[in-house]
Design a protein. Sequence first.
Length: 73
Amino acid sequence: MTGFEPWEELDSNWSGDLVRTLEGERIGGAELVTAVLPVGYGEDTAIVFPLVEEHDPSAVLSFGLGISSCLNV
């Protein structure tokens, strides 16, 4: 399960906050592996791809945030 660090004018990012709260949890017998990712181009996949290879998950859930949804644009 992945989320992102804050970016642009934001002090926090709910996607990263969510992932941090679920770190180490188990759901239905499955252990959640979590990562809060940087927002720089390609920096996210440099973290996610090795995690997928290491843990061989049944599913990957990735959460994100669009800046326009947070600001009065």
